[in-house]
Write a protein that binds this ligand. Structure first.
Ligand code: ADP
Ligand code: MG
Length: 741
């Protein structure tokens, strides 16, 4: 491919794409050439429980397992033995380096590699890996965002192994690294990462749920884990075309680009057959993930052209979140091998569906470590009691979401996600919960009943005892709700495709913990006054159903009507990131998060700062990229084309011929003028940014005035795109980028 920019580079790139022989991924085979099964290589690059059992002395394994189950710190006594076993396993697989793999608040992961190599006194080289190296490491952490929590003079933070998430081997083109999933803390014990709070929130939620179920007699439940199945949406684009779009390269989304004649309106892409090149990419990507023990299960086309989705089998939230980070990393890596670039941005293309990360969440009773083989508390059970327990937990969920909807909105706020949540697209910025028609009817009938009616016969009448069958038949699926109950789990759809699930799920866990806590406080006195436990539970359910009614919405969340109805209900509609993030700092949010011990106040405040800073940076990158594209690509292309028209007009006039180009030239001149004047306004507005002393004000200004003018520039530029001769246009167009051949 020729290097260069401008229209000729664009054509070269497209020609190159069209002439390419697709990379074929050949699935792995055994020595006799027979294809291996997935189960033959699943997890070969992870030191999972099975390998621990196999490679560790029995008593060490038992201790390690109990560490994993209880979430306690690893006994330093056994650390050396564990480290030795891991090292031997890794060396046998050709690994040379190790790293603590952690998740600073950048949304992605960080790692610093150290070789196993060490020199003995006599200079003899040996591979070494000690228990303390496994347990703890000190990256130079001063450049990771801390939201002001770590001043530079005590810039040190440390990472500590999280034994519940298996150690894994990451393969690179020229080597292999042992990655140790870790948390990242400051020396004062503040969490500097995404993972610590997620793990904390899970433990706290588990305790509260156990307290609640013990109160109603289910004393055998000892531990509960939040589970997650994270559906990941993404776009693929040809790498050659991607590299010609400075906006995609710099900001992940196209800041300019007119609509193609055909977008997603035909809906022919959804679940359609997957193009061969993409199929090959997917097989290789899945192969890489399987080796890492990531259980990817489904793949399909999404609604928009060149948009796809991948979904795993659900796991404990902490592991699922780590695995989703691996999804994103492997997606990027393998895409490159197939001459694609993966776009994880929430809104790569205007006018076409964006990408989300659907977080399927439930509560599982667990007995043995991180495996989630237990009962799902969001599954209605077999007996009236189990069904009531289900309804009680459902109500606690409704209560938590109702009270903390602003916080949940804050958890998914980012500059990218504003283009989904704030725009007319799935799902809206208004947080509401969909429970489905059948469950709604049951909740409504409980609401309108009276306390005295409660007998076993009443359960039947209310539909409580028939819940499982009713739910099984309940196939209605509302795809517009940000939080939908889907039979035995909630699907939180507002999370952005490029985000880590950790923070949103931490906040969801916290909100539900608070809901459970409230429900429990309401239940305690009723247990002594009501006739039976079931009667007491039903009374509480009734109160919560009444109170949380405004948060329940079964209709079309995209409609204009919903926006005004939601306002009447008093629900928040926080369209943009700055006002959404402000919810983190409300007294109610801080009180709740600190009361349950999910975050300290300093940690909450720092999260606000990290996120608002990231928002400002992202917005400024977009603005700068837009300005440079307009200045150095769009306007010059328009001038050239205008010059061509003008000389044609001059020549025609000289020859006394008609000048039909005049009409186009006049239109062009007007649009060029519009772009120039808006570009000038943008510069003036940007200089105002300096005058804001406060980050929040700066962010708001960017989200309103600056965003608006960026859109205006885009509209004018997109009109120019439709006017300027195709071979003058310097950027790959939507129709070229969106349709993979
Ligand atoms: P959809 O119709 O939304 O694609 P699926 O049934 O395919 O729904 O499931 C989507 C995701 O939900 C999968 O990742 C699946 O593993 C996950 N999931 C299923 N049950 C649970 C559960 N109890 N807890 C968490 N995630 C779950
Ligand atoms: Mg889904």
């Amino acid at each position: 491919m020729s290097i260069g920019t401008g229209a000729s580079a664009r054509f070269e790139a497209i020609r190159e794409v069209n002439s390419r022989t697709p990379r074929k991924f050949d699935p792995p085979r055994d020595d006799h050439g027979k294809r291996l099964r997935i189960s033959d290589f699943f997890g070969i690059n992870t030191f999972d429980i099975r390998k621990m059992r196999e490679k560790l002395p029995k008593e060490v394994f038992t201790k390690l397992l109990s560490t994993i189950e209880t979430g306690k710190k690893l006994d330093p006594e056994i650390a050396n033995t564990v480290a030795h076993a891991i090292k031997e396993w890794a060396l046998a697989r050709g690994v040379t380096h190790f790293c603590h793999w952690f998740q600073p608040q950048t949304g992605s992961t960080a790692e610093k590699h150290d070789a196993f190599l060490s020199l003995e006194e006599n200079g003899r080289p040996v591979e070494k890996f000690s228990g303390s190296q496994l347990i703890q490491s000190e990256p130079d952490a001063s450049s990771f965002p801390s939201g002001g929590m770590r001043t530079t003079f005590e810039a040190r933070g440390y990472t500590a192994w999280d034994p519940s998430s298996p150690v894994f081997i990451m393969e690179h083109t020229n080597g292999k690294t042992l990655c140790i999933p870790s948390v990242f803390l400051s020396y004062h014990g503040h969490s500097l990462d995404e993972k610590t709070a997620l793990m904390r929130s899970g433990e706290i939620l588990s305790h509260k749920v156990c307290e609640l179920v013990h109160l109603i007699g289910d004393k055998e439940i000892k531990r509960v884990v939040p589970t997650l199945g994270i559906e990941q949406e993404y776009f693929l684009i040809d790498r050659a075309l991607f590299s010609l779009r400075p906006d995609l390269v710099m900001s992940g989304r196209s800041l300019l680009g007119g609509q193609p004649p055909k977008g997603q309106q035909l809906e022919d892409h959804y679940f359609g057959s997957i193009p061969g090149r993409v199929q090959s990419f997917m097989s290789e990507m899945e192969f890489e993930l399987y080796k890492l023990g990531v259980p990817v299960k489904t793949r399909h086309n999404e609604v928009a052209p060149s948009q796809f989705e991948l979904a795993p089998i659900f796991e404990e939230a902490n592991i699922a979140t780590d695995h989703n980070q691996l999804h994103m990393e492997i997606l990027r890596k393998v895409a490159t091998r197939h001459n694609f670039t993966v776009l994880l941005h929430e809104k790569p293309y205007a006018g076409i569906n964006g990408s989300g990360k659907h977080n399927n969440w439930s509560l599982m009773v667990t007995c043995s470590g991180p495996s989630v083989d237990g009962e799902n508390l969001l599954d209605p059970g077999k007996t009236p009691h189990e069904n009531l327990r289900f309804l009680l937990i459902l109500c606690a969920f409704l209560k938590g979401v109702y009270k903390h909807s602003g916080l949940l909105r804050a958890g998914v706020a980012s500059s990218g996600n504003d283009h989904r949540l704030g725009a007319n697209e799935a799902p809206p910025a208004i947080i509401s919960v969909f429970v489905g028609d059948m469950l709604s009817r049951i909740l409504n009938s409980i609401e309108s009943g009276t306390a005295e009616q409660i007998s076993d016969a009443e359960f039947i009448k209310l539909g409580v005892s028939r819940l499982p069958e009713i739910m099984r038949d309940n196939t209605d699926r509302n795809r517009t709700s940000p939080l939908a109950f889907t039979g035995n789990k909630f699907e939180f759809r507002a999370v952005g495709s490029s985000a880590s699930s950790a923070f949103p799920i931490t906040l969801l866990n916290a909100a539900v913990t608070d809901g459970i806590s409230d429900v429990m406080e309401a239940l305690k006195p009723k247990l002594t006054t009501a006739k039976t436990i079931n009667a007491a539970i039903l009374e509480v359910i009734r109160d919560v159903v009444k109170e949380t009614k405004p948060i329940r919405f079964e209709g079309n969340n995209y409609s204009e009507q919903w926006v005004s109805d939601a306002e009447k209900r008093g629900l928040l509609n926080l369209k943009k990131t700055p006002e959404a993030l402000a919810q983190l700092l409300t007294p109610a949010a801080i009180a709740m998060l600190t009361k349950h011990g999910v975050f300290s106040e300093a940690e909450v405040v720092s999260r606000f700062h990290v996120r608002i800073e990231r928002y400002i940076k992202n917005m400024l990158i977009e603005v700068d990229t837009l300005r440079s594209m307009i200045e150095t690509q769009i306007l010059p292309a328009c001038y050239s084309y205008y010059g061509m028209l003008a000389s044609g007009i001059g020549a025609a006039k000289a020859a006394n011929m008609p000048t039909p180009q005049q009409e186009s030239a006049t239109k062009l001149a007007a649009l060029i003028g519009a772009v120039q004047s808006k570009r000038n306004s943008l510069s003036v507005m940007l200089s105002r940014l300096e005058s804001f002393s406060n980050e929040e004000e700066k962010a708001k200004y960017l989200s309103r005035e600056i965003s608006l003018i960026m859109t205006e520039i885009r509209v004018a530029s997109d009109e120019l795109e439709s006017l300027v001769a195709d071979d003058y246009w310097p950027l790959p167009k939507y129709r070229e980028m969106l349709f993979i051949t």
